[in-house]
Design a protein around this ligand. Structure first.
Ligand SMILES: [Zn+2]
Length: 224
């Protein structure tokens, strides 16, 4: 199936795709954006678009696609940092109060960022899990950092833990909340008042964290 869409060019810096209530797809793009590039973006958002077209729409839904250019910002641990594109051959992303990326990797930006995020997520989440597991007196078997769909974390009866690597974009207290939530399930499998009391002893601001996830969950789904 081909996807039909309208393109509206204007003086803007980002590209957005909106599925209107009547299911027309509108792409807003900076003036001068190559149609081929837009076609590529539509292709990469195909699943999301099919999903939106299939279901009844109450409101228009929009996805923002960030341009991989200097001055753009990148989300990391709840803060936005500037992106600097450099002329170098270095394959890695460097983080020093800003993100420095080689121009040669620009066309693979989302993959490069995903790899970087995943690596940071593994380091940070492992560290937090160890800290809170000790606090709660629980033991886990294995931790997996993966591409969970629509979930931030989960645990299995064999005491394995799964976390969404996208949590690395959230503030630390939110990441801590998700870690504590899953570890608390080792003590109490249901969301009983007792469960929340345990969570609160470890993360007193857990209600704020839940609210944050509710409001910003979509944000974490963006590419960077
Ligand atoms: Zn739960």
């Amino acid at each position: 199936m081909d996807i039909d869409y309208q393109i509206k060019f204007s003086k803007r810096r980002t590209i957005t795709i909106t599925v209107e209530r009547d299911r027309t797809i509108v792409v807003k793009a900076p003036a001068g954006t190559e149609p081929q590039k837009i076609a590529k973006i539509i292709e990469s958002k195909k699943l999301w678009l099919y999903e939106k077209l299939k279901n009844e729409q109450k409101y228009p839904e929009t996805q923002q696609i960030k341009e991989f250019v200097s001055g753009e910002t990148v989300l990391y641990l709840g803060k936005r940092y500037r992106l600097q594109i450099e002329k170098s051959n270095e394959e890695k992303i460097r983080f020093a109060g800003k993100f420095i990326v080689a121009a040669t990797t620009a066309d693979r930006a989302s993959q490069v960022f995903k790899d970087w995020y995943k690596k940071q997520a593994s380091i940070k989440i492992l560290e937090r899990v160890n800290y809170y597991a000790r606090n709660l007196g629980v033991q886990y078997n294995q931790i997996f950092i993966s591409d969970l769909k629509y979930r931030w974390g989960s645990c299995t009866p064999k005491n394995n833990l799964n976390f969404n690597w996208r949590l690395i974009k959230a503030p630390m207290f939110v990441l801590d909340y998700v870690v504590v939530h899953e570890l608390t399930h080792f003590l109490e499998s249901n969301h009983t008042p007792h469960f929340w009391t345990i969570v609160e002893t470890q993360v007193p601001g857990f209600r704020k964290a839940r609210q944050w996830l509710k409001e910003n969950g979509v944000l974490l789904e963006s590419e960077f």
